[in-house]
Design a binder for this molecule. Structure first.
Ligand code: ZN
Length: 197
């Protein structure tokens, strides 16, 4: 792959991976931190991974020492609200999308039947209420499933430079970004473009 330049409207942070110190504030809301989130990413792959998703993590290769080309792990302090552990949140989300789709159709029919019953002055069958109830619960669960996405949008690993000395972080919360820059005065800088190799 040939090097290509990538520009950012919102400047990102370039930090030395060995020296990085994360601020003691939540990257999402900026409040006090009580937990630490473990984020692993494999440089070269687009998305970052959780350790348990990473086949390398389980393959035992890890025990024999990791080369630089393998996973990089960061421990990021977060608040209670924006911490989500090693739950299978992606499976949960996928399930939500599928279930919501089916329920949306059922809800639509239930709504039609309710409407016609209303005009005809008839009593609604029990299942109509059941569908409405399940629909409301599913929407609430979906909201919770997608809410955990806040961390990912507030703290994103853009990538690594060629020698893996630096990581590029996209930090949505500007206060957090400034604190991180202040706490890593010698090893971080703000950049608006990168060269991806
Ligand atoms: Zn928070």
């Amino acid at each position: 792959m040939s090097p290509r330049k990538e520009s950012f409207k919102e400047p990102i942070v370039r930090v030395n991976t060995a020296k990085i110190r994360f601020p003691k504030m939540c990257p999402v809301c900026g409040s006090n931190v009580t937990k630490a989130m473990r984020i692993s990413t494999v440089p070269g792959r687009k998305q970052w991974l959780r350790p348990h998703w990473d086949p390398m993590y389980w393959s035992g290769k890890r025990r024999f020492g990791m080369s630089l080309s393998e996973a990089q792990t960061f421990i990021v302090p977060v608040c209670e609200d924006h911490y989500y552990g090693d739950k299978s949140e992606w499976r949960h989300r996928l399930l939500c999308v599928v279930a919501d789709g089916i329920l949306m159709i059922m809800f639509f029919f239930a709504f039609l039947i309710m409407g016609s019953n209303f005009w005809l002055g008839r009593v609604n069958p029990f299942w109509v209420y059941l569908v409405l109830g399940v629909f409301v619960v599913a929407m609430a669960l979906s909201y919770l499933a997608f809410k955990s996405n806040q961390f990912e949008s507030a703290f994103r690993i853009v990538g690594f430079d060629a020698d893996l000395q630096h990581v590029w972080l996209k930090l949505k919360n500007h206060k957090y970004r400034d604190v991180l820059l202040n706490e890593n005065p010698m090893s971080s800088e703000i950049v608006s473009w990168i060269i991806r190799r």
